[in-house]
Structure formats: structure tokens, C-alpha cells
Design a protein around this ligand. Sequence first.
Ligand SMILES: *Cc1c(COP(=O)(O)O)cnc(C)c1O
Length: 230
Amino acid sequence: MPTIAENLTLVHRQIASAARDAGRKADDIRLLAVSKGQPAEKLRIAYEAGQRDFGENYLQEAMDKIATLSRLDDIQWHFIGPLQSNKTKPVASHFHWVHSIDRLKVARRLSEQRPAALPALNLCIQVNIDNETSKAGVAPKDVLPLALDMAELHNVRLRGLMAIPDPSPDTERPSPFTRLARLLESLRRADPRLAGLDTLSMGMSADLAEAVREGATIVRVGTAIFGKRT
Ligand SMILES: *Cc1c(COP(=O)(O)O)cnc(C)c1O
């Protein structure tokens, strides 16, 4: 079985190779290690191999690991799961990023609850890029008004868009990664307050190379680093 350090090296190589294909710099792509379902000890091993960004989906599980690993104080914690508006307070005080914003109410509460001593919390809007009723995220047509409302909040900073595309490709249309990249570009042009958006959080273990070729700036990778979740 390959070790976590070996897996990280492999994933970095995949990112570098896909970046090269697209004429991009590998340094412009951040690897987010998705550690849901993994014990704190495995995160520590990844940390010792140089990994600093960790993504968690479930609040209680995340809070336990953040407490266990509190001495590793340069970890950047990313919340990537569904977030209810009555659970925002611990996220506002312990995380650096939230990728799964799907309504203004949650963003507003995070802004209100962000401790004054901390820098602005980085946010991404989760987009339902395949427009499926069953899936989480904001419909593409509703993203611009939400982004404009979020731009008015003081203690959070809208950084860009996130999506979890349907794995079965619809060959009639450009890929979901291409469509998400175009949507980000359209936001940047729509209003000066959105001109600085710089983040496309897309690509997981199975499709990270394609996501990087299409412009991902953060890839969220679990299984390819930690192995199967238990
Ligand atoms: C679990 C998860 C991932 C990682 O998926 P892998 O296939 O294990 O790489 C990425 N993003 C989100 C939102 C997830 O929930």
C-alpha cells in the first residue's frame, strides 16, 4: 500500500502535468486534502509531508480534529459540506474557508459571527452546475444576484465558485468545469465589485487533471491521498 506521503507526491505530479498541458503554473493550484472520515492521525501524517489545507464535510467531526491538531497552527481549514444556518458559529470562528455557500442567510451569519481578531473568512458559492433538482447548490442564473449581495458583507470575502459535477458526462454540452469557469468569468465582467474573484474550487480524485486543465485553482482530493474512507 502506498503511503500518504507517496500519494501526495503522486497527486502533486498529476496537478503539475495537467497545469503544464494547459500552460498554467502548478503553483497557482492549491491542493485541498479532503479528510472527512479520516482520523486526526492521518491528517498529522499528511501535515508532516507538507500538506497544509484540509477539507471537512461534517461539523462535529471537523471540530474534534481541529481541537486535536490545534498545535499545528498553520493548517488552513476548509468547510466543504452542507451548512445549516443554525450551525454557522463554530465555522465562523475556526475555519479559513467555506466552499458550500448556497444562500445569503448563511453568508450573512458567518459575516456577523466572524471574530473581529481574525481576517475575513473566504467564501465560495456552490453552484448546481448540472441544474439537477436533487443536488445542492445555487442554479447558475441565481449566482450573480447572490454574489452581489455577498460582496456587501464585511467579515467574509467572496472568492469564487465551487461545484461537484455529475460524474456521468453530458456530451451535448461543454464540460461542467468549462461551464463553471465561464460563469466565474461572467461574474468578473458583470460588476467591478466582483472583478477580483479568483477561485474555482473543482476537481476531485477521479477528475482532478481535467479540472486543472479547465482552470481549477483549488482541487479537493480525498481518496487519492488517504485511500478509501472507512
Ligand atoms: C468527499 C468530497 C471530495 C473528495 O472526494 P474524493 O473522490 O475522495 O477525492 C471533494 N469534494 C467534496 C465536496 C466532497 O464531499
